[in-house]
Design a protein around this ligand. Structure first.
Ligand code: ADP
Ligand code: MG
Length: 447
């Protein structure tokens, strides 16, 4: 049991490790324990301003820390002097803090999502640049709101939280709020039930930077949209920064009110594409390094060649690779990577059985408009060479045949030619990349 007089001192010790040093110095350093009686803890601050700030922004963490220190839930108030005669005004910290548990993914910034760990390539460069501009000068750019959209696992949440984390570190005086639209909805419904919608609104209106993740989930919820509309306007009018993410552009969110849609389009819309080959390698390399693993280049490029959909999948493959290697005591090698990737792609094996070299040749020949004979010939015009390389690459990807077998089939080439094709084809972008995608889909009869 702690000494009652030192409860707040113990709390401060913990708080100083949880709150960034600048904020801690500004708000906590000069606070003192005024009294602790019957589970009533009163903390003294120097000014009303500090007291208000603590109540509004740190209620949750203060309450939880005091609970950790004393092992029970205390009623906590913040006091400040109103005159020299030891007269105090007291603000009670709400017993039901509006901020959530510190590790609630839906409302708390994850420090892992920062700009340093965000790999930048052609696929996300515009979104990244806009995000940095905003993080450096929130509310002061023309990008208000910034609206970032793209498919799952492409880095929307990461980028959104990186903005928040950057501002928290570099401009600690700014109130940053991050919330997913689902959590926003939950909270609003709860506040209706508790008759505390006033506090709900106040909470969001008191932000300098509001980051809302996955706004597509606002669809069809009229009251929520209405509520968000007013918060949006209030913030926007005061020049506070708003950043939104979604899987699609505003105009494609079904059931989104017109007026909200048009506001979402006021600032800058940027999309996140799937990363191209080089970026996929860079992302894998960065993840491996940050986890302290050395992974051979051929393994990284194999994963990057085969896992193309999104960054979450890339991470997933890497995690599986590391897990298998440690569970099975196998070295991290191309062999292991092939095992894992093939296990990962749904019915990959059964598809492979169906695909043979002739299928590949025919599909390539049809799509590019060059006959199989020409593809097999010694001719080296650019188009023929590309067609041949695509064929080799697909054969390597979708059959279990050896390099030399594939080389022979495509006009008696040696295995090094196939290796070369497998290296260059996945790095293509633009028209050729789209062409390859098309060929792959028709190979699997997906069209
Ligand atoms: P989304 O919100 O678009 O579904 P996330 O932001 O959750 O995607 O990203 C999925 C995973 O990929 C996260 O672990 C994230 O850290 C990682 N990630 C996304 N983009 C990048 C990037 N550019 N560089 C490094 N990691 C990234
Ligand atoms: Mg997300």
């Amino acid at each position: 049991m702690n000494h009652p007089e030192s409860v707040w001192i113990d709390c401060l010790k913990i708080l100083s490790t949880k709150i960034n040093p600048v904020s801690y110095k500004a708000w906590f350093e000069k606070t003192k324990q005024l009294s602790l009686k019957d589970s009533e803890l009163i903390i003294l601050t120097e000014t009303q301003f500090v007291a208000d700030w603590l109540a509004q922004n740190y209620a949750s963490i203060i309450t939880k820390t005091a609970e950790t220190v004393t092992g029970k839930t205390l009623n906590i108030s913040i006091a400040y002097r109103i005159n020299e005669h030891k007269q105090f005004e007291i603000i009670s910290l709400n017993n039901e803090p509006i901020e959530d548990k510190p590790f609630d993914e839906n409302t708390t910034l994850n420090p892992r999502y920062n700009f340093e760990s965000f790999v930048v390539g052609d696929f996300n460069c515009l979104a990244y640049t806009a995000a940095i501009a905003i993080a450096e000068a929130p509310g002061k750019t023309r990008y208000n709101p910034l609206y970032v959209y793209g498919g799952v696992g492409l880095g929307k949440t990461h980028l959104l939280q990186a903005i928040g984390n950057f501002i928290r570190v570099n401009k600690p005086e700014k109130v940053v709020r991050y919330i997913s639209s689902e959590r926003f909805t939950d909270r609003f419904v709860k506040s209706l039930m508790n008759k505390s919608t006033g506090r709900f609104k106040e909470y969001f209106r008191r932000s300098d930077v509001l980051l809302v993740d996955d706004v597509q989930f606002f669809t069809g919820k009229e009251t929520i949209q209405n509520e968000f509309f007013h918060i949006f306007n209030a913030l926007h009018q005061r020049g506070q920064q708003i950043v939104l993410t979604s899987d699609v552009p505003p105009s494609q969110i079904k059931g989104l009110e017109k007026r909200l849609c048009s506001r979402f389009e006021w600032g800058l819309l940027v999309d996140l594409q799937a990363p191209e080959y080089e970026s996929r390698v860079a992302i894998l390399r960065q993840k491996a390094e940050s986890d302290g693993f050395e992974i051979p280049d051929d393994v990284l490029s194999y994963i990057a060649q085969n896992v193309t959909s999104n960054i979450r999948e890339l991470e997933g493959s890497l995690i599986r690779l590391l897990a298998y290697s440690s569970i099975q005591g196998r070295e991290i090698s191309l062999d292991l990577a092939i095992d894992i990737i093939q296990r990962n792609i749904p019915d990959f094996q059964s598809r492979i059985k169906d695909i043979n070299l002739n299928d590949i040749m025919n599909v390539v020949s049809q799509h590019i408009g060059i006959s199989p004979e020409l593809i097999r010939s010694r001719k080296r015009t650019k188009q023929i060479a590309v067609a041949r390389q695509i064929g080799m690459y697909l054969a390597r990807k979708f059959t279990n045949l050896s390099l030399s077998h594939i080389g022979k089939f495509f006009g008696d080439r040696d295995h090094a030619t196939v290796v070369h094709a497998c290296k260059v084809i996945p790095t293509k972008s633009g028209e050729v990349a789209r062409l390859i995608e098309k060929i792959e889909s028709s190979l699997f009869h997906l069209e």
